[in-house]
Ligand binder design. Structure first.
Ligand code: XUL
Ligand code: CO
Length: 437
């Protein structure tokens, strides 16, 4: 049975296309720099938003129908979601999916029954994967939705709840390995606090790290060879979240000796909530050897919350792709942790959201290629740091100067030579010329 019979395979039709279900820029086999677009852009579908989210917000109920012909809350519905999801991914040429445990099946009262349902659905998914190119990008456990996690998961004050968090991670890792997942994500949804009046921050952070170590030990013991990821986010649902941004998360991973097994999953909208650009978070991850995967979406700068929109900001995608290319690509992928706006409530809109997002990143990739091939930005950067290639500069870089010797140089000079211009406007003009010229 087809759920989306209004569309066949979505193909690349070029920039003149008027057909809504076509790619204007995403041309999977086109070679960009040294590899096909589809290898630079391993796109993934987020099970939760695409097959689950139906428009409910703080002020109103569902606007979209995601029943897929079955009664929500049943295993028939869980299977219908698998069928719809695979049809969706195949029609768009999406080769990966990401899931939380509770996206796959309705959670039961007793965790034993939930786990039985997860076994059943993962058998069903495995069967469905056969004969397709579709693979799991990463799995995760939802440790924020169930009321038992109201005081956190790894950061909980209840030893029993801690055991439930461990049980969910164990099962989600089992599923990730069973489905051949490349990565495993920790997004610390409730790992944070509202007020220090009732919170022991050090106790909570130690316990989160302990749980992550237990996860690594277990994952490696069952043959999981992929990366674990922290997905930083500064706030929402908690006022203060421990994994505030890339720099904070990297410090945490190093402090607790987790940096060999973990990388980061950078989400665009989380970066902007932290007061950073997307590309800043990618750069900080990359220079620390921790750029793993991306949750591709965007926020609305006039709204202070995580709107998880499909990305259409081409400047942002261009800057992001510059970072990804210069990091040599991702070992993870681009997971569209994005959902349609509440009034975009049809099944057609599901396709349009992905087409928009995929085309935006393809355009970002093509623009980044132009900027890199043009070379003027790189040449300017060379010039900017050229003073470190003088005799004095080289000595500093080789740690051959003491503070006293540097002070003597300064005294001999009296004042430094005139600074060179930052040339920001000139560089921005070049970018516009390359993008629109
Ligand atoms: C929440 C968020 C999550 C994670 C996975 O803001 O991004 O969906 O990606 O738990
Ligand atoms: Co995310």
């Amino acid at each position: 049975m087809a759920y989306f019979d209004f569309v066949d395979k979505v193909k690349y039709e070029g920039t003149a296309a008027t057909e809504p279900f076509a790619f204007r820029f995403y041309d999977p086999e086109r070679i960009v720099l040294d590899r096909p677009m589809k290898e630079w852009l391993p796109f993934a579908m987020a099970w939760w938003h695409n097959l689950g989210a139906a428009g409910t917000d703080m002020f109103g109920r569902d606007t979209a129908d995601k029943s897929f012909g079955a009664v929500p809350g049943t295993m028939e519905h869980a299977k219908a979601k698998v069928d719809a999801g695979f049809e969706f991914m195949e029609k768009l040429g999406i080769r990966y999916f990401c899931f939380h445990d509770v996206d796959l099946v309705p959670e039961a009262d007793d965790i034993k029954e939930t786990n039985r349902r997860l076994d059943e659905i993962s058998d069903y998914i495995l069967e469905k994967m056969k004969g397709t190119e579709i693979r799991c990008l990463w799995g995760t456990a939802n440790m924020f939705g169930n009321p038992r996690f109201m005081n956190g998961a790894g950061s909980t004050n209840s030893a029993e709840v801690y055991a439930f968090a461990a049980a969910q991670i164990k099962k989600a890792l089992d599923l990730t390995v069973k489905l051949g997942g490349r990565g495993y994500v920790f997004w610390g949804g409730r790992e944070g606090y509202e007020t220090l009046l009732n919170t022991d921050v050090k106790f909570e952070q130690d316990n989160i790290a302990r749980l992550m170590h237990l996860a690594v030990d277990y994952g490696r013991s069952i043959g999981f060879t992929g990366d674990f990821y922290i997905e930083p986010k500064p706030k929402e649902p908690m006022k203060h979240q421990y994994d505030y941004d890339a720099a904070t998360s990297i410090g945490f991973l190093r402090q607790y000796g987790l940096d060999k097994d973990f990388k980061l999953n950078i989400e665009a909208n989380h970066a902007t909530l932290a007061g950073h650009t997307f590309e800043h978070e990618l750069r900080i991850s990359a220079i620390n050897g921790m750029l793993g995967s991306i949750d591709a979406n965007q926020g609305d700068m006039l709204l202070g919350w995580d709107t998880d929109e499909f990305p259409f900001d081409v400047y942002s995608a261009t800057n992001a792709m510059l970072e990804v290319i210069q990091a040599g690509g991702l070992t993870g992928g681009f997971n569209f942790d994005a959902k349609n706006r509440r009034p975009s409530n049809t099944h057609e809109d599901m396709f349009k959201g992905f087409i928009l997002g995929m085309d935006t990143f393809a355009l970002g990739l093509l623009n980044a290629e132009k900027i890199l091939k043009d070379g003027r930005l790189a040449a300017y950067k060379e010039k900017k740091y050229a003073a470190f290639h003088t005799e004095l500069g080289e000595k500093i870089l080789h740690d051959e100067m003491t503070l006293k010797e540097l002070a003597e140089v300064a005294e001999q000079l009296g004042k430094p030579s005139a600074p060179i211009s930052g040339n920001q406007e000139g560089l921005q003009t070049i970018v516009n010329q390359l993008l629109f010229g």
